[in-house]
Design a binder for this molecule. Sequence first.
Ligand SMILES: NC(=O)c1ccc[n+]([C@@H]2O[C@H](COP(=O)([O-])OP(=O)(O)OC[C@H]3O[C@@H](n4cnc5c(N)ncnc54)[C@H](O)[C@@H]3O)[C@@H](O)[C@H]2O)c1
Length: 254
Amino acid sequence: MESSGDRPAILVAGGAGYIGSHTCKALSAAGFLPVTVDDLSTGHAQAVQWGPLVEGDIADGELITAAIRRHRAVGAMHFAAFSIVSESVMQPFKYYENNVVKALAFARTLIELGVEPFVFSSSAAVYGLPTASPIPESHPTDPINAYGATKLAFEGILRALGAAYPLRSLSLRYFNAAGADPEGQIGESHEPETHLIPNIAKAALGQAPALQIFGDDYDTPTARRCATMSTWPTWPRPMLRPCATCWRAAAARR
Ligand SMILES: NC(=O)c1ccc[n+]([C@@H]2O[C@H](COP(=O)([O-])OP(=O)(O)OC[C@H]3O[C@@H](n4cnc5c(N)ncnc54)[C@H](O)[C@@H]3O)[C@@H](O)[C@H]2O)c1
């Protein structure tokens, strides 16, 4: 296992996944040692290229304690969650168990060892059906599925922990991360792939069946245009705006 040397170590929970692995590369470029903790349930060992991989569950206090002590971690980032919206609706126990209960156990170990700050990969799913676009941070939160509810629940937990203990946290709310490392070392590899933009790209490349949208009455020219080529029934149509924008940008480059 790589030692931290002089570089300050950051524990990256879920560092073998899509966003976590890109974050590890960015952390390394910024002079940190990213220490990935990942059970490889949806991630890939070969995506861990910029620091050690500690294979296991974030709720395993002994494992996390050993990793923190060995590398003298000075902070943590949390990407270790399940994130398939439709699955979360059908299997809420699975989502609350991993995204809330295990995340809480992880936070407990960090607090016990005095590790802070903490960056949490939350989601724009906390907003539910937003009434404004772009969504202001002050927009009311009202998740419409268990996935979004677990993210909002853990944000609240972090606030409560921060009030009681010296834990500084930041929750990032975003959705539809897309694209790959410009140097081609890593990319997105979900199985199944449920994200809209990669599925649109796959359909355009002929690697997946054409997508369709149910309904073509969303009142923007871009969304109407998008409606002719894609379907994504689990996504509210206002969320197709970024897809339409992305598609237009791609078309403009051709
Ligand atoms: N992809 C997006 O567009 C997007 C948008 C907003 C928020 N997020 C959030 O960002 C995070 C990362 O998303 P992603 O697309 O990279 O997902 P991903 O599935 O590629 O990565 C998640 C990683 O966490 C690991 N993991 C899950 N549970 C674990 C556990 N209990 N212990 C140890 N490792 C565990 C998985 O093996 C995987 O490597 C998730 O929390 C997700 O909810 C993603």
